[in-house]
Structure formats: structure tokens, C-alpha cells
Write a protein that binds this ligand. Structure first.
Ligand SMILES: NC(=O)c1ccc[n+]([C@@H]2O[C@H](COP(=O)([O-])OP(=O)(O)OC[C@H]3O[C@@H](n4cnc5c(N)ncnc54)[C@H](OP(=O)(O)O)[C@@H]3O)[C@@H](O)[C@H]2O)c1
Length: 301
């Protein structure tokens, strides 16, 4: 299968590139070669690559930055995915795209399933929702994986931020009134790769039938504070020297950011199980695996 993968320098894109290279013929343009702000360049790249499957793991992911530059967020997160879907349809390819729990305002008491009415609570979430709609409106064969709380051994993410701060601060103040499932990029990549294998090299037919929106996170639920505590505990067990003495819970209202965040980021995973027979790991063993990766890759910060 010929796959055009965008966003390989990111967390999910990097994990996907690593996972898929052994089984597919990959084209992986970086931002310098293909800037998603350039619609004509998107069209040219798809036509040149003539893929069977396009995977868009690139996005404007700076949640705070989006508040200051909504039009840039919309250009990259909504206009570009719409163009990708149009071009996918033209060249007979399917599109895999990623979206987020931030399309919800987090006021629902239970986990959100794929049919829950979206109500974004910030600019980033609105731009991602517009991306979902733009893709759907083209009629291209597609699947949009909604995920949340992504982290990895590389990149800019909560895990690495906590490890860095825990080495120099005695008290970490972390939000304890938002609930979600921390999800390593490798879990997303593994699940997506298994679903691609299920297409049996016929992604258009497969996703016409089984595509649409699919929630994809680890199972279980925690708060950012408890996630931070779990990171600190594991880091110590893995021999890291840390200054931190206390991980203190704070309400969202004391967080520095200006973008509102959903209190409830939990996504219902039934559709993933029913449609593809796949179950993701609980977030805690998944975190254990990431610490093992730190060790085996010699990356322990
Ligand atoms: N992170 C999360 O917690 C989270 C949660 C739910 C859903 N998601 C979604 O999952 C997907 C992947 O997220 P991630 O955390 O892996 O992203 P990430 O690590 O922030 O990486 C973003 C990727 O997009 C690329 N990119 C940004 N602007 C671009 C542009 N104008 N043209 C071309 N490439 C551009 C970046 O390239 P450079 O390296 O050159 O900047 C990078 O490869 C996104 O759709 C995101 O919305 C993320």
C-alpha cells in the first residue's frame, strides 16, 4: 500500500512513521516540503504521491497560540484537511485524520461517544471540529480518530514537562479537576496500524463501510495531578533524581492558560471495540511501557 503521511515530526506522526515503514511504501513530506497553509502545494503533493491512503497527523496543536491566531488554526486544522479529503477522493485514496476531545466543552457527566453533539470550548477545538466537518462534506472515504492527552518520549508534552519540572522544583501545582485518559502516541499508532491491516489493501472500500468518527484513547481515567504523580513515582523507580516533594492539586481556575479546557475529556471506546474488535490498554500499564521505552532507547531525561 502507498501511504502519504503528513506530520512525521510530531508525536503521532512519528510513531506512525516508525510503525508503518516496514509494511507500506511511505511518502513522508515534512513541513519544509509541504506547508499545510499552502493549498496548491497540498494538491500537488497528493497528485505526485498518488497514494492509496493519506494519513494526516499534522495539525496546528498550539492550544494557547490558537487563541491569538484563530485564522491560522482554521487554515491548518480545517481548510487543509478539507483539501486533503478532496484530493484523496480525486485520486481514489482514503484519508485518516486525527481530532480531539477539545471539540467538547466537557460539561457532560459521562464519557462522550462519537455521536455526542460537539460544543468546542476554545479556538483550537473549534478549528478541529471544522476540520472534521470539512472532511465529511467532501464525501471522501475517511476515518477521523478522536484522541486525547497524547504524550510520547519525544516532543512537547505533559510527560516531558513534568519530568523537567520535577528535576528543579520542590512543589508541582497541577490541575486536578479535569478528567481524561493519558494516551501514548505509540498506542494510537499501533491501533491505527492494526486497522490499516484490516483494510487488506482496500482502504477506500473499507472506510466507506467502517469509517467515520472513532474514539481512540487508552482506557481508564485520571486527573492531570494524578497523572503527574504517577509520572514522578515511576521516574523515581527508574532511578531519576528528582527535587520534587509534592504534587499539589489546583483548580483549573488557577491554571495560567487563557484557552478554556474541558473538565470531562473522557471518550467512550465502545465503537472501536465493536467495529474493529480492538481494545486499547489501560493508561497506567501504557505509562509503564513508555518508561520501559525511555530505558531501552537510552532517553531517560
Ligand atoms: N497532543 C494531544 O494531546 C492531542 C490530543 C488529541 C488529538 N490530537 C490530534 O492528533 C494529531 C497529532 O497531534 P500530535 O500531538 O502528534 O502533534 P504534534 O506533536 O504537535 O505535531 C504536529 C505536527 O504537525 C506539523 N505541522 C504543524 N503545522 C504544520 C504546517 N503548517 N504544515 C505542515 N506540517 C505542520 C508539525 O511539524 P513541525 O515539526 O515542523 O512543527 C508536526 O509534525 C493532531 O491532529 C492533533 O490535533 C492531539
Amino acid at each position: 500500500m502507498k501511504i502519504l503521511l503528513l506530520g512525521k515530526t510530531g508525536q503521532i506522526g512519528g510513531a506512525l512513521a516508525k510503525r508503518l515503514r516496514t509494511t507500506a511504501e511511505m511518502t513522508e513530506p515534512e513541513r519544509q516540503t509541504l506547508d499545510l497553509a499552502d493549498g496548491e502545494a497540498i494538491r500537488r503533493t497528493v497528485a505526485d504521491a498518488h497514494p492509496d491512503l493519506i494519513i494526516n497527523a499534522a495539525a496546528y496543536t498550539d492550544v494557547e497560540g490558537a487563541e491569538d491566531d484563530p485564522s491560522k488554526a482554521e487554515l491548518i486544522n480545517a481548510t487543509a484537511p478539507g483539501i486533503l479529503a478532496e484530493e484523496a477522493k480525486k485520486c481514489g485514496a482514503a484519508l485518516i485524520h486525527f481530532s480531539t476531545d477539545y471539540i467538547f466543552d466537557g460539561t457532560q457527566a459521562t464519557p462522550y461517544d462519537e455521536d455526542a453533539p460537539p460544543e468546542p470550548c476554545n479556538v483550537y477545538g473549534r478549528s478541529k471540529l471544522l476540520g472534521e466537518v470539512a472532511i465529511r462534506e467532501t464525501g471522501a472515504a475517511h476515518v477521523v480518530f478522536r484522541s486525547s492527552w497524547i504524550y510520547d518520549v519525544r516532543g512537547r508534552n505533559f510527560l516531558l514537562t513534568i519530568l523537567r519540572l520535577a528535576q528543579r522544583e520542590e512543589v508541582l501545582r497541577v490541575v486536578d479537576d479535569q478528567f481524561g485518559a493519558p494516551t501514548p502516541a505509540t498506542v494510537v499508532a499501533e491501533t491505527v496500524a492494526e486497522i490499516i491491516a484490516q483494510t487488506q489493501n482496500r482502504p477506500v472500500e473499507f472506510f466507506k463501510d467502517k469509517g467515520g468518527i472513532i474514539n481512540l484513547t487508552c482506557r481508564g481515567c485520571t486527573t492531570w495531578r494524578d497523572f503527574a504523580q504517577s509520572i514522578v513515582d515511576r521516574a523515581r523507580r527508574h532511578g531519576m533524581t528528582l527535587s520534587v516533594q509534592e504534587v499539589r492539586g489546583i483548580p483549573s481556575s488557577e491554571y495560567w492558560g487563557k484557552a478554556a479546557r474541558p473538565k470531562n475529556s473522557r471518550l467512550d471506546l465502545s465503537r472501536l471495540q465493536k467495529r474493529f474488535g480492538l481494545t486499547t490498554p489501560e493508561w497506567e500499564p501504557a505509562l509503564d511501557n513508555v518508561f520501559s521505552d525511555f530505558d531501552s532507547l537510552g532517553l531517560m531525561p
